[in-house]
Each structure stands twice: as structure tokens, then as C-alpha cells.
Design a protein around this ligand. Structure first.
Ligand SMILES: [Fe+2]
Length: 191
């Protein structure tokens, strides 16, 4: 029987399978250990992202088998194949959690771009599709995390508009002055 040429895409799939396992554990670790004023939002977001990453492990492993490779499953072999920055202990702030996750997503996004190129070069549309779909999910997760550590974009002020009432660039409510101040009888702050 002729030997099947091992696909050059297998190492890309193996690396991203390992990265998915490691990132899944990292997300779960942060989901369990996050604390502070954003607790609820981050606890839920980290679990949602963990679920998205978990769903990628199986297709990445099975695709290696389809192409003639073996899928790693021991923690040791996964750890060896992963290219994510090593977790050396729990981050001391939520900001650090977000930054470490951002760094992990960026490594994976770059790796999936490489995998996509290798698959296209090898005439393997199935693997190219896996990388194309998964990289979009990583880009979305990276965006969600990035916005949590960013300021809102600055929208340039429109100085050409004239308000229907009042001076250019100002607005005076036609109701201004017509309402008495709101008071709640007996309320310590308004009465
Ligand atoms: Fe949970």
C-alpha cells in the first residue's frame, strides 16, 4: 500500500489544539477566581469564552486524524505543544487577567493565520475553513476583551449643526423652566 504523505497542516492543527486546551483551562481558572467590582460580568464572560474555546478542541483533534496525524491528549504533551505564554500563577488584578487573555488570543490568531496559509498552500480547503471559522471567533473574543481595557472612541464634535432653538451649537429645551423641581414629600434628599 502506498504511504500517505503526512500533511504539512498537521503541526498547525496540533499546535492550535494544544493552545485551545490551555486557553480553555486559563479561562476556567479566571472564571473561578475572578473577584472585584466587575465580578458578575467577567465571571459570566470568561465562562462563555471558555465554552467557545472548548468547542474548538474536538474538531482540531479530529482533523489531525483525518490527515493522518495523531491527536495529543495527555496534559504533558499538550503543554509541550502549546505556544501560549506560560501561566505562572494567578494574576493579582482583573486587568492582568484581561491582558494575559488578550496576549493568548493574539498568539492563537497569528497561529491560525499561519495554519490557514499552510492549508491553502497545500490545497486543503477543509483545514483552511476550520482555521477561517475559528480565527473569527478568536478575533471576536479578543475584541470583547480589548474593549474592556480601552476608552470609548472619540467621535469628532459636529460644529456645523445649528440647534433649532438658541445659539449655534447650543440647545435650549423649549420646556426649560416650565417644570417645578421634582420633590418627594418625606424623602430625606428632596424634601
Ligand atoms: Fe461555573
Amino acid at each position: 500500500m502506498p504511504r500517505v504523505r503526512p500533511s504539512p497542516v498537521i503541526p498547525h492543527l496540533a499546535r492550535e489544539q494544544a493552545n485551545a486546551v490551555e486557553l480553555y483551562l486559563q479561562y476556567k481558572g479566571y472564571h473561578w477566581n475572578v473577584a472585584g467590582p466587575w465580578f458578575r460580568d467577567l465571571h459570566l464572560l470568561f465562562d462563555e469564552h471558555a465554552g467557545t474555546v472548548f468547542e474548538m478542541i474536538d474538531p482540531l483533534a479530529e482533523r489531525q486524524r483525518m490527515l493522518g496525524g495523531a491527536a495529543a491528549y495527555t496534559l504533558e504533551s499538550v503543554h509541550r505543544a502549546s505556544t501560549l505564554p506560560r501561566e505562572t500563577g494567578l494574576p493579582s488584578t482583573t486587568r492582568e487577567m484581561l491582558e494575559r487573555l488578550l496576549a493568548a488570543h493574539r498568539v492563537i490568531i497569528e497561529g491560525m493565520h499561519e495554519g490557514f496559509k499552510a492549508a491553502e498552500h497545500d490545497g486543503d480547503p477543509g483545514s483552511a475553513d476550520v482555521f477561517a471559522r475559528f480565527v473569527q471567533a478568536h478575533e471576536k473574543m479578543e475584541w470583547f476583551l480589548r474593549e474592556l481595557v480601552s476608552e470609548p472612541p472619540q467621535i469628532p464634535e459636529d460644529t456645523t449643526r445649528t440647534s433649532p432653538v438658541g445659539e449655534k451649537g447650543t440647545f435650549t429645551s423649549p420646556l426649560a423652566g416650565s417644570h417645578p423641581p421634582t420633590t418627594f414629600p418625606g424623602h430625606p434628599l428632596t424634601s
